[in-house]
Design a protein around this ligand. Structure first.
Ligand SMILES: C[S@@+](CC[C@H](N)C(=O)[O-])C[C@H]1O[C@@H](n2cnc3c(N)ncnc32)[C@H](O)[C@@H]1O
Length: 226
């Protein structure tokens, strides 16, 4: 499905760009700052937290909702700065076209434009080495239709559209699959703190922890596979 006509480019409060789906009235990131939000929820509360607790040669990350590639380029930046090997698998139901991608300013802001364009231009459904620290596999599919490798991932960035738009993704069936795909001590980070979501995560076996949110958001969630 081509959704380009439904997309609007916006600039958020920290100067980073983002997208908004006009048909859904839903943004890809917080208007208070796309980079600031991703750094807070996925990099600092997810990747940096895990990396500090479990130093290991390679960290396997699964992202639900590749979108603009912002979480991917921030993770690549982390991998380079820490000399950490990362395997990054990401799933997207509505891939973006080249015009939209070229209007995003993340690569320029963080000084990794070449890597950002490479992340977007590499083939889908195939593992590709972006650099010596970062390997990427992008899958163009609905996240709920995939059978994920079990006992494999260390971290899941759960960054799909909100439950009001993608209800199936936020239910126990999906979280149980993701639970099985994580290794013990693995974590899932997400921006959504709704009661139903917390209950579904708990019923799937996760231990959940509420953390302070980024600007404009009171709380976020980190879920642990014990
Ligand atoms: C909140 S946006 C965040 C995207 C991305 N992480 C970013 O930083 O740009 C949610 C993303 O999930 C994608 N998405 C929505 N439903 C999905 C589904 N069922 N399976 C996979 N991706 C989905 C959307 O197209 C969108 O790119």
């Amino acid at each position: 499905m081509d959704i380009s006509k439904e997309l609007e480019i916006i600039i958020t409060e920290d100067g980073s760009s983002s997208l908004r789906r006009k048909d859904l009235g839903e943004g890809y990131h917080s208007t208070h700052g796309a980079i600031a939000e991703s750094e807070h929820i996925f990099i600092n509360s997810g990747l940096r937290y895990f990396h500090k607790q479990h130093p290991k040669k390679r960290i396997n990350i699964l992202e639900i909702g590749f979108g603009t590639g912002l979480n991917a380029i921030l993770s690549l930046d982390f991998a380079i700065s820490q000399n950490q090997e990362i395997y990054y698998e990401t799933v997207e139901k509505y891939p973006l076209n080249d015009d939209i991608i070229s209007s995003l300013n993340y690569g320029k802001i963080i000084g990794k434009e070449e890597d950002f364009l490479k992340i977007h231009s590499v083939a889908w459904n195939k593992e590709v080495e972006i650099n010596k620290n970062f390997s990427l596999k992008k899958i163009d599919s609905s996240a709920e239709e995939i059978n994920y490798k079990e006992d494999f991932f260390d971290i899941i960035y759960f960054d799909a559209f909100a439950p009001a738009f993608e209800e199936k993704l936020w239910q126990e069936t999906m979280f149980s699959k993701l639970y099985a795909s994580l290794k013990g001590k693995g974590i899932l980070s997400t921006y959504c703190c709704k009661g139903d979501v917390k209950r579904a995560l708990k019923s799937s076996g996760f231990i959940i922890e509420k953390l302070p949110g980024p600007k404009g958001k009171r709380e976020i969630l980190r879920a642990l596979k014990p």
